[in-house]
Structures are given as structure tokens and as C-alpha cells.
Design a binder for this molecule. Structure first.
Ligand SMILES: *Cc1c(COP(=O)(O)O)cnc(C)c1O
Length: 341
């Protein structure tokens, strides 16, 4: 596949660091982070945690790792986590809930991926030796399989209050949380305290080459640091990668609104394409289209590929396009004219 001149809408993970980001990375002060000696990693972890009103952070190689570490801290074999049937932790982390934590999972089925307090309450097991112990509730914001929808903050507040009174930890897979904050205007230091832990990705919309940060209390992050070491995730002079994250926090958050606008334009064009039945409501940077019956996802993808546009299949009869900082206004215009069939 010739990638260079393609307009790559497969994911917001495909972004490459800008010249300015690279220059900032080159200047990073380094040390051995397993000895907690890397000043740039420390600065990045602290800056991220403070932004969300949390005590501490842990820099990891991926969002799968930050989620899985959090699950391993909360869950013992035989425990149960409540999440959506659409959740990334369930669908796209290689069965890690079972493999890493030995835990059982209670899925709530709703295509948006939003789960409501009443459903959570209904799915908490009674204190009875027959049942797995409900030890965690996990939410996602924005919701990838929900087409990038933002979790309603009022619902998060209700769930958070309930979990606090019931002493059930609440985790957030916030791979695209910055998109949700930019879209809804909710402040980081408002949403942060509603969760016990949050996983944040920097290699998606924020445009770093790699990296996620897990944030939570000092005690939680101390436990998470131990788990990260066990699974081989302790890294040494990674201040250069952390520097990319610091650069992203300072420069790449507000511009996410541009990606959201581009996604709206694409959604509009996609809904006018004759092969498309409907388009999921777009709130952030993810556009999901449903093909009409008798049209094949692969053929649709190939047709765009001939015009140098890359999209991906997204479940049966669905295609996904994601906007990001390497997709320009001109790119969006090209895609719009290519969708006129
Ligand atoms: C991308 C993503 C992750 C993490 O993926 P990695 O590729 O492991 O960084 C986690 N949750 C959601 C919702 C995601 O979209």
C-alpha cells in the first residue's frame, strides 16, 4: 500500500509527529524511568494528573496497557467488571480481562455504548457466594464503537455518586477524552474526580508517536507501577516520548474542534452517497456509515482506495472514517468529491 500521498482516515492513531513536536522531543532531559529518574516523564505524568485533579500518573506504551493495568489493580480472579458490550476493554484488548485479571465480565447491551445507572445497579451481584464479586465499573468516553459519542456528564455524575456510596471503583477508558472535553466544554478538573482512574491516549487525536497515561491516587498509581513492571512495561530513557506528550498537552488540545468540524463535513457527504443507508450521529472525530443492503464494505473501501483515501470496515456492513491533525481542509474536500457516487 502506497501510504505517502494517501488521505488516511483509518484511525487517528496514524498521525506523525510534527517538526515542532520532534524538535521539542530532541531537547528532553532524560534519565532511567524504572529508577524514577527521568525528569521529563515525571513532569508529563504530574502535568497530566494535575490537569484532571488527580494525585499521580503513569506513562505507558499504549491505551491497552493503561486499561489492562488498571483492571489488574482492581480485579482478582473470579471478580466481575461491569461495562458496555461495545467497550474497547472487552472487544479490542485480546481478551485481556480474562487473560490478565482472570475476571468475568458483565456486559450491558446498547449500541451507543452508553450504560445508565439503573442498568449498572441491576447488574451488580448480591453478596452471595454463588455470584462473582462485582469489583469494578468501567466507562468509555468518547465511545469508539458508539461513533465517537460523548458520555453525558450528568449520567457520569450519577454513576460516580452511586459507585462512591457503594464502594465500587469506577474506571474511565478515556482514549479520546480530550475530544469529549473540547466538544462538551466540560473541564478536566471536573470530570477527573468523578473517576478512581482514567486512561488517556496521546497517540490518537493529540498526535504523539506513542504513549498513554494512567492517572489516579498515589496509592493506586504505586500499585499500577508494580503491575507495569511485571508485564514488562517499565521503560528507561523515555523522556523523549514523554516530551511529545507535554508538547501535545500544550499545543494540540484546542485544535481538536477542527477535526470535529471536518468529521461533520464528511458525515454529510457520506450520507449523500448512494451506497450508504445512514450515518451515525457525529459528535466528535469519528464517522461511521451503514451500507445499504447488497453493498459490500470491502468494495466501498476499495473504491475510496482507488482515489487514495483509506477507511476501514467497522463491523458488519459498517465503515469508519476518523479525522485527525494530519487531515487538512483540502483533504476533506477531496474525500467529499470522491464520495459522489
Ligand atoms: C485506541 C483505544 C484504546 C487504546 O488502544 P491502543 O492502540 O492500545 O493505544 C483504548 N480504548 C479506546 C476506546 C480506544 O479507541
Amino acid at each position: 500500500m502506497k501510504l505517502k500521498n494517501n488521505i488516511d482516515l483509518r484511525s487517528d492513531t496514524v498521525t506523525k509527529p510534527s517538526i515542532q513536536m520532534k524538535a521539542y522531543m530532541m531537547d528532553a532531559e532524560l534519565g532511567d524511568d524504572v529508577f524514577e529518574d527521568d525528569p521529563t516523564v515525571k513532569k508529563f505524568e504530574e502535568k497530566t494528573a494535575q490537569m484532571f485533579g488527580k494525585e499521580a500518573g503513569l506513562f505507558c506504551s499504549s491505551g491497552t496497557m493503561t486499561n489492562q493495568i488498571a483492571l489488574m489493580v482492581y480485579l482478582k480472579p473470579g471478580d466481575e467488571v461491569i461495562c458496555s458490550r461495545e467497550a474497547h476493554i472487552y472487544n479490542y484488548e485480546g481478551g485481556g480481562i480474562a487473560r490478565n485479571s482472570g475476571a468475568s465480565v458483565r456486559l450491558i447491551n446498547r449500541s451507543s455504548g452508553i450504560i445508565y445507572l439503573e442498568e449498572i445497579i441491576d447488574n451488580i451481584n448480591p453478596n452471595d457466594i454463588h455470584y462473582p464479586v462485582t469489583s469494578l465499573v468501567s466507562l468509555e468516553n468518547t465511545i469508539n464503537r458508539g461513533g465517537g459519542v460523548c458520555y453525558p456528564i450528568k449520567e457520569i455524575e450519577r454513576i460516580s455518586n452511586y459507585c462512591k456510596t457503594e464502594n465500587i471503583p469506577l474506571h474511565l477508558d478515556g482514549a479520546r477524552l480530550f475530544n469529549a472535553l473540547v466538544k462538551t466544554g466540560v473541564k478536566a478538573n471536573h470530570i477527573g474526580p468523578l473517576f478512581d482512574s482514567i486512561s488517556l491516549c496521546f497517540s490518537k487525536g493529540l498526535g504523539t508517536p506513542v504513549g498513554s497515561v494512567l492517572i489516579g491516587s498515589k496509592d493506586f498509581i504505586q500499585k499500577a507501577r508494580r503491575v507495569r513492571k511485571v508485564i514488562g512495561g517499565g521503560m528507561r530513557q523515555v523522556g523523549m516520548l514523554a516530551a511529545a506528550g507535554i508538547y501535545a498537552l500544550e499545543n494540540n488540545i484546542d485544535r481538536l474542534s477542527i477535526d470535529h468540524y471536518h468529521a461533520e463535513l464528511l458525515a454529510n457527504a457520506l450520507s449523500n452517497c448512494s451506497w450508504i443507508e445512514k450515518v451515525m450521529n457525529v459528535e466528535t472525530n469519528i464517522v461511521v456509515g451503514y451500507l445499504k443492503e447488497n453493498y459490500q464494505t470491502e468494495e466501498f473501501i476499495d473504491r475510496l482506495k482507488n482515489d487514495g483515501i483509506l477507511a476501514i470496515p467497522f463491523g458488519k456492513g459498517r465503515v469508519r472514517m476518523v479525522t485527525h491533525l494530519d487531515v487538512s481542509k483540502e483533504d476533506v474536500e477531496k474525500v467529499i468529491s470522491s464520495l459522489k457516487f
